[in-house]
Design a protein around this ligand. Structure first.
Ligand code: PLP
Length: 387
């Protein structure tokens, strides 16, 4: 390995949200918010330092250098050919989704999401006074699947105008296969449901699986919005810049008009510097990162198999998030929360926040040095064994 993902970085006093919200600051790293406990690629740090040395940090645009770097990355890694005028930039994928929900639907319209799913999807619908239309994922033989019959019935409803697809899916870690995406596309096209494909996790996909860009599904290009960013991939969430790809000119105008109505957005100066390097010079870092994360997930699943058979999981095919079923501990929701957050004192993500009903899952972010993951799992094992 050329890069060192074992290095322990202390993020106290950096404003890191994941560290600030820890209930107990007890020497264990947090496992919650989806950023990584790894330093970014040194090439990116250099690019930011060079930009800092310039000394003028004025209004900035995603210029030709930015576009060429992004275009090359999307072609190399996803076989997706983007055009410059398809792009809309926002300060994040979450704001972009909220913006698109606002721009493309009216109050009272239905928006489909596939639960359990990333909490801000629920908020983008409910807080904008749209109807949350739920198409629950189904666990079959330890792997999540979509319920296409239900999806079709929901898409046929007159009030349903939009679907937010999480691809790959947070928190359950599925990387949707071409056949699955084609079925979603067919249903949505036939019923005139526009799709927002949140592909923020698409660069972190493990061997044996392939991310298929939704806009690359036949005839879907003109009917969807693809949300991508460097934030998850290169650990740059704090630079707040995402690339929203909207090939259809009319959809793009509607989203752009809404963005302008809210004040518009300029690509941050340091985000531009980081993006050009990240998208053009950091493939090797990314490949090593993916291997390291796979090693962490394998470690976690093996540990559960060998030491904690009470817990169950469906293996993540992408993302650095593990979705773990604690129902084998035979606790109520409240008892589980108390056990994990007050007794074990590890800051996992409570699985219920992704759902419309209580569940007995925890989401564990494994993007941290392996020795820290091991330490926490051994601690969890002791606590479970002492029950
Ligand atoms: C599916 C998904 N979308 C969006 C985000 C966050 O996007 P952003 O920080 O660009 O708003 C996350 C972060 O966890 C995520 O998991």
């Amino acid at each position: 390995m050329k890069y060192n993902f074992d290095e322990i970085k202390d993020r106290h006093n950096t404003g890191a949200i994941k560290w600030a919200i820890m209930k107990h600051d007890n020497g264990f790293m947090p496992f919650s918010v989806a950023d990584m406990e790894f330093a970014v690629a040194p090439e990116i740090t250099e690019a930011i330092k060079k930009a800092a040395d310039h000394g003028i940090y004025g209004y900035t645009e995603a210029d030709e250098s930015y576009f060429e770097a992004l275009k090359g990355f999307m072609k190399r890694r996803h076989n997706f050919e983007i055009e410059r005028d398809w792009l809309v930039f926002t300060d994040g994928v979450v704001p972009a989704i909220s913006l698109a929900v606002n721009a493309l639907t009216n109050e009272g319209d239905g928006v489909i999401i596939q639960t359990p799913v990333y909490t801000p999807f629920h908020n983008a619908i409910k807080l904008n006074n749209r109807k949350l239309v739920e198409n629950r994922l189904v666990l079959k033989n330890g792997r999540y699947e979509m319920n296409f019959e239900e999806l079709e019935a929901l898409a046929k409803r007159d009030d349903v105008k939009l679907m937010i697809l999480c691809s790959p899916h947070n928190p359950i870690g599925r990387v949707w296969e071409r056949g699955e995406l084609e079925r979603v596309a067919k249903i949505c096209l036939e019923n005139d449901v526009i799709v927002i494909a949140d592909e923020i996790h698409s660069d972190i996909v493990y061997e044996g699986h392939e991310h298929i860009c939704f806009a690359n599904i036949d005839s879907m290009k003109e009917h969807c919005i693809v949300c991508t960013a460097m934030s998850k991939t290169f650990n740059l969430a704090g630079l707040t810049c995402s690339n929203i790809i909207i090939p259809n000119a009319e959809l793009r105008k509607r989203v752009n008009d809404k963005l302008q109505a809210l004040g518009g957005f300029c690509v941050p100066y340091f985000a531009r510097a980081a993006a050009i390097t990240a998208f053009s010079k950091c493939d090797e870092w990314l490949d090593e990162l993916i291997k390291y994360l796979k090693g962490n997930l394998d470690y976690l699943y093996n540990f559960i198999d060998e030491k904690l058979p009470q817990l169950k999981y469906s293996r993540s095919e992408g993302t650095y998030l593990a979705w773990i079923d604690f129902s084998g501990l035979s606790m109520s929701r409240q008892e589980l929360e108390k056990f994990i957050f007050d007794d074990v004192q590890l800051s996992f993500c409570d699985g219920s926040q992704f759902d419309t009903r209580d569940n007995l899952y925890m989401r564990i972010n494994v993007a941290l040095p392996r020795q820290e993951l091991k330490r926490a799992m051994e601690h969890l094992e002791k606590k479970i064994n002492s029950l």
